[in-house]
Ligand binder design. Structure first.
Ligand code: PLP
Ligand code: ZN
Length: 377
């Protein structure tokens, strides 16, 4: 098993303790395939797709029961919600964390370092706890209190970093350098196994729609694991003829932090990244943005932005349809509703929205946004 540099194509062994190519590019796991008959139907977790995951087939894994989240047809514009908000730690990040942490444990790593706005941190902390590894998390100072408590409950160490999101990454990498040999920086936005876990959401959607491909998939974009994982999962089904075509993939950002959108419309100079309610997607310089824009175009989808007001409105609408989600996820829902309103997607089409995070994660921010609590509470 090997990885290739996205930038220069250089090959690395899967067990090498590196995250970046010598040229500075990030690494990718090659495409695999999945057929209906490969699915281990008795396993109600994402490990049912083991055949397509780059973890040895007989390796034991630490699992918290991740995957196979509900796919629900809602009364909100007929959208299907893929409820990864019901994952073990409350976000889709468990898909990626399950792969990364199991792999690092197998390699004998004792301590894992990550930087995260909260959900990836909670996921890493939970899987490290279950696997008996130490975990050190670097997080922006503005992260929701609910997420910080959750991370600490799993026993991880937290270092809060003020400044832009990208500063948090730098601090995490510096710490790992200081502890070389013992600890490993395994940033979820760069680790090649993270999107491998995320791709299982595509397999599940296909399986849960009765082996059909949806017309459209709507996903948020922060670092791009959810989106590129989704793209890869469907590609792997397409390449062996399990689905006849790709879904159109629509990517949603908050207008407050819109680097992918700016690149997509050819106006990178207009990119901005100011604080947003959608804290999970506030990444100013996503390293995979070029790959992501190419993938979106290839499917016939697009990149859209939503305002802070639309996010708040979508929080309310989702809850009235029975779904309590965090603001970052509400941004995705707002984007899907906008695409319907503008006629880009039709209400009769099968459109799946990935619900990335649970509302219980961000009670403080939701309460303030909706006016149920004031900021000092
Ligand atoms: C991390 C996260 C995202 C962004 O996902 P990427 O894979 O980084 O693009 C979206 N929503 C929530 C709730 C998240 O935690
Ligand atoms: Zn390279």
């Amino acid at each position: 098993m090997s990885y290739n540099c996205y930038n220069c194509g250089k090959t690395y062994g899967q067990d090498e303790l590196i995250l970046e190519c010598s040229c500075g590019g990030y690494l990718k796991a090659p495409e695999r395939t999945l057929r209906k008959k490969d699915i281990i139907s008795g396993d109600p977790t994402l490990w049912r797709y083991r055949k397509a995951l780059p973890i040895g087939e007989n390796e034991t894994v630490v699992s918290l029961g991740e995957g196979l989240t509900p796919l629900v047809k809602t009364n909100l514009g007929g959208l299907f919600f893929k409820a990864d908000s019901l994952m073990p730690t409350g976000s889709f990040k468990d898909r990626g964390a399950a792969l990364v942490i199991n792999h690092l444990k197998k390699l004998g790593i004792k301590k894992v370092i990550n930087d995260s706005s909260g959900n990836a941190a909670a996921a890493y902390a939970a899987y490290c706890a279950a696997a008996g590894l130490e975990c050190h998390i670097f997080t922006p100072a503005s992260t929701s209190a609910g997420k910080l408590v959750q991370i600490q409950m799993y026993g991880a160490t937290i270092t809060k970093v003020t400044g832009a999101r990208d500063q948090v990454t730098i601090a995490a990498k510096e710490e790992a350098k200081k502890q070389e040999g013992e600890a490993m920086y395994a940033g979820h936005n760069i680790h090649p196994l993270f999107p491998e876990g995320c791709k299982t959401a595509a397999y599940e959607i296909w399986e849960q729609l009765g082996w059909e491909v949806p017309d459209n998939v709507v996903v948020p974009f922060g670092g791009g694991s959810a989106m590129l994982g989704m793209y890869k999962g469907f590609r792997e089904l397409l390449s062996v003829g399990e689905i006849p075509r790709m879904p159109r993939i629509f990517v949603i950002q908050a207008n407050s932090c819109n680097p992918l959108y700016s690149l997509f419309i050819g106006k990178e100079e207009l990119a901005q990244c100011v604080p947003s309610l959608a804290e999970g997607i506030a990444i100013a310089q996503p390293i995979k943005k070029v790959e992501a824009v190419a993938a979106v175009r290839q499917t016939g989808g697009s990149v859209e932005v939503v305002s802070e007001a639309e996010i708040v409105e979508a929080l309310g609408k989702a809850a009235k349809a029975g779904f309590y989600v965090e603001p970052t996820t509400a941004a995705t829902i707002a984007g899907a509703l906008r695409l319907q309103r503008t006629g880009v997607i039709d209400a009769n089409e099968k459109t799946v929205v990935l619900l990335t995070g649970n509302g219980l994660k961000a009670t403080d921010k939701i309460g303030q946004a909706m006016g149920f609590m004031n900021a000092s509470q």
